[in-house]
Each structure stands twice: as C-alpha cells, then as structure tokens.
Design a protein around this ligand. Structure first.
Ligand SMILES: Cc1cc2nc3c(=O)[nH]c(=O)nc-3n(C[C@H](O)[C@H](O)[C@H](O)COP(=O)(O)O)c2cc1C
Length: 360
C-alpha cells in the first residue's frame, strides 16, 4: 500500500492550524546564509527544470528553483547535456544545483566543480527512482544503505563552503520507511535543509503521497524541511503545511505548463488570497516568450523539440477537463519544424483567443 487517506486529514485541518501555517509562512525560510523570499520551491525535474523554465518560475514568484540533476561522473562533464545543465546565466539567486551519484569522492568533486561554476547551494539527489539513476545505486536506491548515505553527505559538506541540501523519499518501500533515520543522519552531517517526497522508492509515482512520514521527520529534526508530493494548488499546499509542520513546500509536476503556480501558492500562504492565473491571452504571450527562450538556450534543432513538450503542458493546463484538451492544436504544433513557425503559430493562437473573448 503506497497511499494514505490524506484528504481525511486535510478536511480536519483546524482554523488554529491554518493560522499557524500562515504565521509560519510569514517568518523567513533560510538555507545557510540564503534567505528565501517565500517558502515555495520548484522541485528539480530532469527534462523540465532547465534554465529557461527555472527563470520563468522564479520571475512568477518561486522562492527557490532547483536545477535538473547533474551526474557526478567526471567523464560526463564535457557532454552537451551536462554543460547545459550547469549553465546559470541570468539565473535568480540562490542558484541551487542538484548532483546525483553514489561515490562519496566523486560527489564531493562534483559539488566543488558546480560551486566553481556558480552554484550557491548544492542539492544531493536521493529521491529519484529513475532506472538510469538507480541502476548505479544512486538516487533513492541509496536510502537502503545508511552508512553510504552518511559518507556521501559528510564528503560533500566537507568539500564546499556553500550550504548543502538533500532530497529524499520516505524510504525504500512502504515496509522500510527509514526517512526519519536518514533525516537525522543528514542533520548530524550538517545538511542545511531537506526536501521529502511523500512516497517510497518502491512506490514510484503510484498512489497518493503520504505526509505522516514527513510530519515525523519534521518532529524529529530542527532544520528546514520541504514537503513534496502531489501539491497542485494553494489550498493543498496550506493543508500539507498544516499537516506536516514543514517549513516549506516543493512543487513538481503541477508547475509544468503553469510557471505561475509557485508564486500563486506563495501569495496564498502570505495573504490567504489566491491571485488569478494570467488571463488566457497573457498565458499565450508567456508561452511564446518561453518558447523563444528555449530556442535561444538550446539552439534551433533541440529548442524546437523541447518546446513541444512545454507547449503540450501549457495546452493541457489551459483545458484541464478530459476530452476538452485541444489535441488538434498540439498535433499541429508538433508538426512544426522551424523556430519561427512555432512562434507564428503561438501568435496566431493568441489572436484567436483574443477574437474568441471579443465574440463572447
Ligand atoms: C519528469 C520528472 C523528472 C524528475 N527529475 C528529478 C530529478 O532530477 N531530481 C530529483 O530529485 N527528483 C526528480 N523528480 C521528482 C520530483 O522532484 C518530485 O519529487 C516528484 O515529482 C513529486 O513531486 P510532485 O508530486 O509535485 O510532482 C522528477 C520528477 C519528474 C516528474
């Protein structure tokens, strides 16, 4: 069983807890010397949270935007993918770079390498269940080996003079939820903050996230903990904060196609009001700007391909009801091969949207 009936808990959230959440939201969250502008972080997502997307989310109010994971393998450092992931031009501060691997010495060297290239926080990935990562006993597979976890954390903390954070799952499997034990090891090792995805490694992404283990970790430690997993709205974020007592929330999949979501959540936690998402026409202007940034960042060939998945998420977020999604729009967009064709298509969509609003 990977799921717990969180909604029953969230329905019981009392006004007291609600105001406690608001109070916590007003006090500042700090990672080492870095004071975050709010308590809402964009989760690291390989293939999603590249520099153009992080910059967009930060502009719309994310308090922290963590990079895609970068392998600690020194042989991969020259690869185009790793070089793109280690780029921070124009990035909002603090710049948090996630590293993945299982060899303490390599992880320490990777941390130093990324700090020399502008990382202001090093985040260690022990949360990713991806086969590519776990086959090498990295990511969430490490949670089963507490001695190795301790060695990696000690090596990385000793290697750099920037704060080091850690991202974990609740444990290896529902039967082996050692998140509390790992969190204590992390705190002893000098880790500055912890993000916890409320699923075990074995759960992958199935079932609902469970927040009881996150609450237990918060109770057992004193460093800032970010609660992560299935947070897709400001109200849900407030309920998770109230349930876990976490210092902040981390938002992943729900931010795809909605770069303004972290900012909306942050505003709600501060004021109790959810600011409106940008109007549909404005959203299309933002998409166009995002797509142009992808073309510039990756170059025409790769930029056009990466733009397709982001536009699919924007279109899906615009038409969330099943069956209403304009798959025709997506198919058409996916058939375009040149950067200018993509930008012209989006400008046309924006004009159609404008005409529809005038006609309504
Ligand atoms: C496409 C994708 C890529 C991900 N890549 C990473 C990664 O590089 N590092 C990491 O620690 N977690 C990664 N994750 C996990 C997310 O950071 C997050 O913990 C997970 O999606 C749960 O949060 P959510 O329910 O808000 O999406 C990834 C998740 C997705 C969907």
């Amino acid at each position: 069983m990977c799921a717990t009936p969180f909604l029953r808990h969230s329905q019981r959230v009392s006004y007291g807890l609600f105001f406690q959440t608001i109070w916590q939201a007003l006090s500042m969250l700090q990672i080492g010397q870095h004071k975050l502008i709010n308590r809402v972080a964009l989760a690291p997502m390989a293939g999603v949270t590249d520099l153009p997307f992080r910059r967009l989310c930060a502009r719309f109010g994310a308090g922290l935007a963590v990079s895609e994971m970068i392998s600690c393998n020194p042989r991969l450092r020259g690869s185009r993918k790793t070089r793109m992931r280690a780029t921070h031009a124009g990035e909002t501060q603090p710049r948090s770079v996630q590293i993945a691997g299982s060899d303490p010495a390599q992880m320490a060297a990777a941390a130093q390498y990324n700090v020399a290239r502008g990382a202001q926080i090093i985040d260690i990935n022990m949360g990713c269940p991806a086969k590519k990562v776990c086959r090498k006993a990295a990511g969430s597979a490490l949670l089963a080996d507490e001695a190795l976890v301790r060695s990696i954390l000690a090596a990385v903390v000793a290697a750099v003079d920037v704060p080091v954070t850690l991202k974990i799952r609740t444990g290896s499997s529902p039967a082996q939820r050692n998140g509390v034990s790992i969190a204590r090891i992390a705190e002893d090792a000098g880790i500055a903050a912890l993000a916890v995805h409320g699923r075990s490694r074995a759960c992958g992404f199935s079932g609902d996230a469970e927040y009881d283990t996150i609450a237990a970790i918060v109770a057992a430690t004193a460093f800032p903990v970010f609660a992560n997993g299935d947070i897709d709205s400001p109200e849900r974020a407030a309920a998770v904060l109230a349930h876990t007592g976490a210092a902040g929330v981390m938002v992943g999949r729900a931010a795809r196609g909605r770069p303004w979501l972290c900012g909306q959540i942050a505003a709600y936690l501060e004021s109790g009001q959810v600011p409106a998402a940008p109007a549909p026409g404005e959203q299309l202007r933002i998409v166009r700007e995002h797509v142009a940034a992808l073309h510039r960042f990756y170059g025409d060939f790769t930029g056009v391909r990466i733009a397709r998945k982001h536009v699919a998420w924007y279109l899906q977020a615009r038409h969330p009801q099943p069956g209403v999604e304009r798959s025709g729009e997506r198919r058409l967009f996916n058939s375009l091969r040149l950067p200018q064709e993509q930008l012209t298509f989006l400008a046309q969509l924006q004009r159609t949207q404008h005409d529809e609003i005038l006609a309504a």
